[in-house]
Design a protein around this ligand. Structure first.
Ligand SMILES: [Zn+2]
Length: 246
């Protein structure tokens, strides 16, 4: 409902790691937000979908066109679960020759320029869903997208420096297969990143104030936790910058 009413934007997030540009989960409005924030889609090296649900994949075709100069310049790559390509595909047939397409498998490791990306574990969600760990020169960033809680997640993401979690609910409804705030707290406590970012809020979390919830998780775990806002920028090399200042 938050996406459909656009109470929060739904374009996914843009990573710029060691000069490599990756767009994760281009949901509805992604192309508009990319231009609003003055990013250049023609500079993208990769587009990654965690899963086929429309709030994560709606703009995948138009962003692929934008990455490849309207399909005239074969470049970059598109990395997606198999069910984004097969029956009722979200990646249109005519767009596929524009770029290199890779199907995600559990445990797969790939390199995009100097960045290593691992897909450590398959999530538990109604469609095929994978998070990722991005390894770059100054750290590792983990992304846990839509999933119900299961204990193996903590082991799969252990040791990441930064962690992005999709937290949709305050209380679990078994039908929707999403993390609630207590489960997110549990995962952050076990994974213990330097910094965690909560995002993908449903109505329940918005009503309970994401920043208040982030503060609560921070106090209970001792980990720095922030709630994402539309257009937020996060400096993943903050530590290096701090060292420079010191
Ligand atoms: Zn989903």
């Amino acid at each position: 409902m938050v996406v459909l009413s656009q109470m929060r934007r739904s374009g996914g997030f843009w990573l710029r790691l060691d000069g490599v540009n990756i767009l994760q989960d281009p949901g509805p409005g992604c192309l508009v937000m990319v231009h609003k924030h003055r990013f250049k889609p023609a500079a993208l090296d990769a587009i990654i979908l965690s899963h086929r649900h429309i709030d994560h994949s709606n703009d995948v075709n138009v962003i692929t066109e934008a990455m490849t100069g309207g399909g005239f310049q074969f470049r970059g790559c598109l990395i997606v679960p198999g069910d984004c390509l097969n029956n009722d595909p979200v990646v249109l047939q005519y767009v596929r020759p524009f770029t290199e397409i890779t199907e995600i498998k559990e445990g797969m490791k790939i390199e995009i320029g100097n960045i290593k990306v691992t897909f450590p574990i398959r999530n538990r969600h109604p469609v095929e869903t994978y998070g990722a760990i991005y390894e770059f020169s100054s750290g590792r960033l983990g992304y846990i997208p839509d999933t119900e809680y299961f204990p193996e997640l903590a082991l799969a993401y252990k040791g990441v420096d930064f962690l992005v979690l999709n937290v949709v609910r305050m209380k679990t409804d078994k039908k929707v297969r999403h993390l609630n705030i207590d489960e997110a707290k549990e995962l952050i406590n076990e994974i213990r990143p330097k910094k965690a970012v909560l995002t993908h809020f449903g109505l329940q979390v918005l009503k309970a104030s994401p920043s208040v919830q982030a503060k609560m998780v921070s106090e209970k775990t001792g980990v720095r936790v922030i709630a994402a806002t539309d257009g937020m920028t996060l400096d993943l090399e903050e530590k290096e910058n701090l060292e420079k200042w010191i």
